[in-house]
Design a protein around this ligand. Structure first.
Ligand code: ADP
Ligand code: MG
Length: 254
């Protein structure tokens, strides 16, 4: 099986200060399609640096990164932007929704970039479908300040899905949420992962990592642990709720 993410001896050194900072020191790693990976490690261990490279936002200093078979380490800035748009979806700790814009319009945004040539109607339908997947279709005309934190993060997840990415990258997606809401959001990720999407997320929280399938730990820019999660936690309540929402939608024909 071809890996969707393959890192080969990735190093990243920042030379902006007086002394070089070796933020990532030789990480090699394969992630197959359908995996659900938590990336952990203390502050300063290189998680964000690694995620920036996985997200095609930055080049490694040395090493090779294959994303869905394409050598991203060899691409120029424009080509990186294209591959990012086609293959990746991003979810952030702070949701990053536009505040004067409805949930639906927020979700439509990524389709305005990347030259997809969709009609306004096609964009609207796809955005609505994304909102349906995260159980928020009925809130599509709400503004972010009319939504709870968990609902805002679900809108952000719908936005990340709308270009049908291969991989979802999430940097502390539950960092601003209380523990109950965090578990609900993990339920949304688990549902998406069950549907085949590959997810890589940074988290500080050990219990949240237990909802993923594989846990990686970075220390001082090196991968020091890589384990499959035993006795994985499942966000059953959230799954049941989403199933009910889908059943309701079918009954009412919406
Ligand atoms: P984490 O996300 O695990 O907290 P980071 O990847 O942000 O770790 O940082 C890893 C190391 O690289 C830290 O020592 C940090 O200070 C340094 N670093 C991160 N970004 C930069 C930058 N743009 N310029 C210089 N040093 C940086
Ligand atoms: Mg960080």
């Amino acid at each position: 099986m071809a890996a969707v993410v393959q890192l080969e001896a990735i190093q990243k050194t920042y030379n902006s200060g007086e002394v070089p900072v070796h933020a990532v020191r030789g990480v090699s790693l394969s992630i197959q399609r359908g995996e659900f990976v938590a990336l952990m490690g203390a502050s300063g261990s290189g998680k964000s640096t690694l995620m920036n490279m996985l997200g095609c936002l930055d080049h490694p200093t040395s090493g090779r990164y294959l994303l869905d078979g394409i050598d991203a380490s060899a691409l120029d800035r424009n080509a990186l932007a294209d591959i990012r748009n086609q293959k990746l979806g991003f979810v952030f700790q702070g949701f990053n929704l536009l505040s004067r814009t409805t949930a639906l319009e927020n979700v439509e945004l990524p389709m305005l970039y990347g030259g997809r040539h969709l009609t306004a109607r096609e964009m609207r339908e796809r955005a609505l479908h994304s909102l349906e997947i995260v159980g928020l279709a009925e809130r599509s005309d709400h503004f972010p300040n009319q939504l709870s934190g968990g609902q805002q993060q679900r809108v952000a997840i719908a936005r990340a899905l709308v270009n049908r990415p291969e991989v979802l990258l999430a940097d502390e997606p539950t960092g601003n949420l209380d523990s109950k809401t965090s578990v609900e959001v993990m339920g949304v990720f688990q549902k998406l992962n069950d549907q085949g999407i590959t997810i890589i997320m940074v988290t500080h929280e050990l219990d949240i990592a237990q909802y993923c399938k594989r846990n990686l730990i970075l220390r001082d820019g090196r991968l020091v642990s890589d384990v499959q999660v035993k006795d994985r936690l499942i966000s059953a309540t959230e799954l049941a709720k989403l199933k009910t929402a889908e059943a309701d939608a079918r009954l009412t024909g919406n």
